[in-house]
Design a protein around this ligand. Structure first.
Ligand code: ZN
Length: 339
């Protein structure tokens, strides 16, 4: 048996100890020193989750064009530059870009990413093709219809082929259409997520009536909006580097005060690398007071909690994909499923 010692990140914080491995799988825990000299020492943590991506636009990064830092001009459907480029670009090019971002994520310890998938059913198929060869990383696909309208047949097909729906924002839509989509998604027991209050404050009652499983951004939500979010036990994914690009504030102080389940995402791959450690390093810089435990929770336990995924590093009955980080540099020093 091989041993790794250090601090194990559990749901209740770091615990000192060691793990014993057989073929890269955890089969033993201990609180004392391991019986043999460990092969590594560091933070033993669950594999990472990137809670918000749009990897379909990675190809735009390679085009080397100057992108405006105005959200509406760049990403709002249907006229934003991104959507124009997505229509003009070949499937092959889009899929190659997706493959590139999946490689970046897989190499940086990410085992799952929650992707907002544009372009209807073909967007879903493109991602499935891009990820086909990967056993070490999976996607949670939150799809969206091709037009800003509810067509039952289209939504039915999307839900049969993805884990749920991920929409732009209530401001971009006729609300009655979005409400029909959200209701149908819940009838089918699938996930519904939406960008909210990203550049302006949006009506929290309308947002909550959609019964979202989680929200993205909430930059301009007030404290009272966030209290409602907390009361409804809804998680929020924040994307600090994306906010920086668009010159928006990252609204984490109240979220933390209210103890909202916070997650980190990298947002548009054309703007920022989907490496969640880079996002974490930036957030660490702007949030200053955060403990390393709290930061790591945002990319390990919190995203799993948000979707009720069963995971406990100390429960030997559950799957335990894990990585080991150097406790100073936070670089990966051991990653069994990525080797
Ligand atoms: Zn987004």
């Amino acid at each position: 048996m091989e041993y790794i010692s250090g601090e194990i990140l559990t749901e209740n914080g770091f615990k000192k100890g060691y793990i014993g491995l057989d073929k890269g799988k955890i089969i033993e825990f201990g609180r004392e020193k391991p019986k043999e000299k460990p092969i590594a020492n560091g933070f033993i943590i669950p594999t990472l989750i990137n809670s918000h991506t749009h990897i379909g636009d990675y190809f735009i990064k390679e085009l080397n064009i100057k992108l405006p830092n105005n959200i509406e001009k760049l990403v709002a459907p249907p006229k934003g530059i991104k959507h124009k480029l997505l229509k003009e670009t070949s499937e092959k090019e889009i899929i190659n870009g997706m493959k590139e971002s999946i490689n970046i994520m897989s190499k940086s310890g990410i085992s799952k990413f929650y992707d907002f998938r544009e372009n209807g059913i073909s967007g879903i198929q493109q991602l499935k093709e891009a990820i086909y060869d990967h056993e070490d990383i999976s996607s949670l696909i939150l799809s969206r219809p091709n037009h800003l309208r509810y067509h039952k047949e289209e939504i039915k097909t999307l839900l049969e082929n993805s884990q749920g729906i991920g929409l732009s924002s209530i401001t971009d839509w006729d609300y009655s259409e979005i409400l029909k989509i959200a209701k149908y998604t819940k009838i089918k027991n699938k996930i519904f997520a939406i960008h909210a209050s990203e550049r302006i404050r949006e009506n929290i009652d309308l947002i909550l009536d959609l019964k979202p499983d989680f929200l993205i951004h909430m930059n301009y939500a007030t404290e009272s909006d966030l209290i409602r979010v907390k009361e409804n036990n809804i998680s929020i994914a924040i994307c600090p580097r994306s906010n920086k690009f668009f010159k928006l504030k990252t609204n984490f102080t109240n979220m933390e005060k209210l103890d909202i389940n916070l997650m980190l995402g990298t947002d548009n791959a054309m703007l920022n690398s989907p490496n969640i450690f880079t996002e974490l390093a930036y957030f660490k810089k702007i949030s200053k007071t955060h403990s390393i435990e709290k930061l790591l929770n945002m990319i390990t336990y919190n995203p799993r909690k948000a979707l009720n995924l069963d995971y406990n590093i100390l429960d030997l009955k559950l799957p335990k994909e894990f990585i080991v980080l150097d406790n100073k540099t936070l670089k990966i020093i051991y990653a069994p499923i990525h080797s």
